[in-house]
Design a protein around this ligand. Sequence first.
Ligand SMILES: Nc1nc2c(ncn2[C@@H]2O[C@H](COP(=O)(O)OP(=O)(O)OP(=O)(O)O)[C@@H](O)[C@H]2O)c(=O)[nH]1
Ligand SMILES: [Zn+2]
Length: 208
Amino acid sequence: MNRILKKSAMVSMATGVSRPSREEAEAAVRTLILWAGDDPDREGLVGTPDRVVRSYEEFFAGYDEDPREMLQRTFEEVEGYDEVVMLRDIRLESHCEHHMVPIIGKVHIGYLPDRRVVGISKLARVVDAYARRLQIQEKLTAQIANTLQDVLQPRGVAVVIEAAHQCMTTRGVHKSDVAMVTSRMLGAFRNNGETRREFLTMIGRSSL
Ligand SMILES: Nc1nc2c(ncn2[C@@H]2O[C@H](COP(=O)(O)OP(=O)(O)OP(=O)(O)O)[C@@H](O)[C@H]2O)c(=O)[nH]1
Ligand SMILES: [Zn+2]
């Protein structure tokens, strides 16, 4: 068991809403077990409310993270580098806000620096900070792109997400192998066809 996770703050940093107590959260899971038709007091399930609440702390850690803060440390000495910087195939693990089931996929991020660059791991941290919230893919895509644009003020930002939604694969319409593709292009990636095509080629796509 992973005991190193920090306890979630009483007030969500991202939304300002107050959290219920841990006991109330565990009681809610117990209610859902009863709703499913099982006995929460049987041996295999007695520890489950605690496990689910701890899983939620991990799945939804993004409500206590500030993605803008993650981009504050930048490096200015890029010696004239003025080409696209990209991070491809960043694993995405999120949860859809309609059904609270996983969205699993990949995020590709490109940006055209204007003097300042950011430590490359920070791009993946920004993805996680937004992904570890209840999301729809369009909003997640826009949040990542807009935050990079606002904080780094580069000449352009491109974000493409390709993901499978378990609310479509394991329930409801039951369509497996369906990928939802979303993109947000800003600055040079929106206005300059050449820059946009270069990014798409780098992520292995001829078009979107
Ligand atoms: N646009 C968008 N839709 C999403 C996303 N994640 C899930 N959905 C869809 O949200 C919709 C919710 O539709 P509802 O009709 O309210 O819910 P539902 O009755 O459970 O719908 P079904 O999934 O069709 O059974 C579904 O069509 C989902 O496929 C997302 O990231 N973006
Ligand atoms: Zn869903």
